[in-house]
Ligand binder design. Sequence first.
Ligand code: CU
Length: 177
Amino acid sequence: MVAAIYAGTLAAALFATGTGGTGQGYSLETFGAFSAPAASSKPQAVAYDQNLVPAGALIQVRQTTRPSGATTVELRVAGVKPNHSFGVHVHQKACGADPAAAGKHYQNKPGMDAAHVNTANEVWLDFKSNANGNGGAVATHAWAFRKGEASSVVIHSEPGTKGARVACLTVRFRGAS
Ligand SMILES: [Cu+2]
């Protein structure tokens, strides 16, 4: 639950259910407390628009990949702007002081047309915050991430693909290969 997050934690925990090789399941959790971008550092959790994502807002992302490769990504946030609809996607690169640093959306099959830019081929975690500024979403796909190609969760100002980038959490999603 969101309440289990505590401010200032920038830690990731890895829980493998197998001893290696292919066909094992695993889960990964990453937590962050947002802060304003600092040009001199590579932030794990950075808020570009503090009207929508104030400094100190919290985020938790959990990846669970089953032995089949099917992957669930769960998002929880706390302390963002109440009653606001956000767009959220898994992006390819780590966050930076520049919102563009996170690169493009992670895609199972690469392509920029409508057949590829959608919730089936990408990981979307759009949500509407509640009156307390908390919210979350869950997305499950039959496919796993490719190793090293999914590295952040970007929060946008509106649902879908049109919104500005308002915050970013670096998440080193674990790949199948
Ligand atoms: Cu995005």
